[in-house]
Design a binder for this molecule. Structure first.
Ligand code: UTP
Length: 299
């Protein structure tokens, strides 16, 4: 099989995470635990399984814990060996994934679109994945949606492929929402986008298909990002740049997360708590006991 062309992922982690204060006062929301691991480790493990070899984190103030997390830590490994805790070494196996990590700073938090634009000098004219560092796809991140998006991107010669999930109509106000063409491809894998709009009102939303934190882009998106003015929340919105790409004749496709696969958004307390409980319940060692405990609490 030919090598996958898209092997670099841009992971924006520079946001302030104000909706999770005070937890995020001095630690990145992308490092919050969900079950046993920090959010961003799930993101990286998902993408490694999808063939990504290079990670470019767009970081900001207070985010050095993320860099530390992906460093090799020989002292810790030696200490575990010397103190007879060899069984814990498997918890550090992720450190040895055969991938490269790069970091650059978003020097002003001007929005997700601006964070992606910071990747341009590093991405250097190649297609790339964008994966939000605060969102896990699928329980225990067991999703291969990005691999399937890359395959469609390559075979369809698309300019962008975006993951979507259906949300309740009252929730469209939180997301980028698709205006899909009516026809799906013959296999029902993907659809073309006529438009995309950031946080519409439930009355005007063109659908209930919400962007699900994963994208594949050709580098042409940078041209559109450079011309995108601040939009909702005075931030440079990635959604607005995608709309410009569509208006300029770009081929933008959407793919729905499959049945049973969800986006776990670690951006607000409600969805963070739900994600933590669900991942903890799925824990091989403690899930069953926790289930009993919760049943006991609910009596
Ligand atoms: P959010 O839209 O959740 O924004 O970011 P936020 O600033 O992190 O959080 P709140 O609204 O203050 O609570 C979605 C993703 O985009 C990144 C975030 O780190 C997160 O992974 N992001 C957002 C940036 O990298 N830079 C930005 O300027 C904004």
């Amino acid at each position: 099989m030919a090598d996958q062309v898209v092997d670099i992922a841009v992971v924006p982690v520079a946001g302030r995470g104000t909706r999770l204060l005070p937890m995020t006062k001095s630690q990145p929301k992308e490092m919050l635990p969900v079950g046993r691991k920090p959010v961003v480790q799930y993101v990286v493990e998902e993408l490694v399984r999808c063939g990504i070899k290079r990670f470019l984190f767009i970081t900001g103030p207070g985010k050095t814990a993320i860099e530390n997390h992906f460093d090799l830590n020989p002292e810790l490994i030696q200490m575990l060996r010397e103190t007879g805790k060899e069984e814990l070494l498997r918890e550090l196996a992720f450190e040895r994934a055969a991938v490269d990590y790069f970091y650059t700073r978003q020097r002003r938090q001007l929005g997700l679109g601006h964070a992606v634009l910071c990747a341009e000098p590093m991405v250097d004219g190649q297609p790339f994945v964008v994966a939000l560092g605060d969102s896990i796809i699928g329980l225990q991140a067991q999703s291969d949606i990005v691999a399937r998006m890359i395959a469609v991107f390559e075979t369809e010669k698309a300019d962008a492929v975006i993951a979507f999930e259906t949300v309740p109509r009252e929730d469209v106000i939180y997301y980028g929402i698709a205006e899909p063409e009516k026809n799906w491809d013959t296999n029902g894998h993907f659809f073309a986008l006529k438009g995309i709009i950031e946080k519409p009102s439930p009355e005007t939303a063109p659908s209930c298909l919400a962007v699900a934190a994963r994208y594949v882009f050709s580098p042409v998106i940078f041209t559109h990002l450079k011309h995108t003015k601040p939009g909702k929340g005075e931030e440079i919105q990635l959604t607005d740049a995608i709309q410009r790409l569509i208006e300029s004749g770009g081929k933008v496709l959407g793919m729905r997360l499959p049945e049973g696969e969800r986006r776990f958004d670690i951006g607000n307390f409600e969805s963070y708590f739900r994600a933590f409980v669900e991942f903890a319940l799925a824990d091989e060692e403690y899930g069953e006991g926790l289930r009993e405990y919760i049943k006991h609490l609910m009596r």
